[in-house]
Design a protein around this ligand. Structure first.
Ligand code: ZN
Length: 209
């Protein structure tokens, strides 16, 4: 059994907001939260759509973790992997606010949390951080110029992500929610298949409740 990362009750807050926004804007949204160790989740006033990023919330003193949501059907290709924009935010938050840990909360299209991707920055050298940030900007610029098309973009992001893991610029762990597992091929969490026996045990347990 994979170890579960607990941020307790506030988990529900993520789920609720994710669903609300999905209805309100009719577009995939990434919600941003901050959290101090053992503290409650605080929702940052940020709307991050695929087209634009509007930020009005910054971390407060003591907050050590930033969490944002990725919404979509379970098993969506590379949906649990940070985008290049996400990697940029990871560098920025560490550089300016000392926030080392970033979490992606994977929310299904039904508003249920199906897993978490936890990313930690391993680079301490500030020059090196700037250098990495610039590398990402160059990639983004290449996309703007049309050198990388929209379809190829998720894969381009994945390539950078894999390289960063390989060079230990970041460390990454995938924590599936109960009933799910992380599928490496897809880069996302998918429902765990149950045997018939397990299914009935599950059904019985829930009926008894
Ligand atoms: Zn993201």
């Amino acid at each position: 059994m994979a170890k579960r990362v607990i941020w307790g009750r506030p988990k529900k807050t993520i789920e609720r907001h994710a669903k609300e926004d999905l209805c309100r804007f009719g577009e995939i949204q990434e919600e941003l939260f901050y959290k101090a160790p053992r503290g409650r989740l605080r929702k940052a006033k940020a709307v991050r759509t695929s087209e634009e990023i509007r930020k009005s919330g910054f971390p407060k003193k003591g907050e050590k973790m930033a969490i944002h949501t990725h919404i979509g059907k379970p098993g969506e290709s590379l949906a649990s992997i940070p985008s290049i924009r996400d990697l940029k935010t990871i560098i920025e938050l560490y550089y300016w606010y000392g926030i080392k840990t970033q979490a992606i909360s994977r929310i299904s299209d039904e508003g249920k949390e199906i897993g978490r991707t936890i990313i930690r920055v391993k680079v301490k050298d500030r020059e090196k951080l700037l250098w990495l940030w610039r590398e990402l900007s160059v990639k983004e610029y290449a996309k703007e110029l049309g050198l990388i098309n929209g379809k190829a973009w998720p894969k381009a992001c994945y390539e950078v992500f894999k390289r960063w893991c390989k060079h230990s610029y970041i460390s990454v762990k995938f924590f599936p929610a109960e009933g799910y597992y992380y599928n490496k091929k897809l880069g996302d969490f998918i429902p765990r298949k149950r045997s018939i026996r397990e299914f009935f045990t599950f059904l019985f347990k829930n009926l008894v409740k």
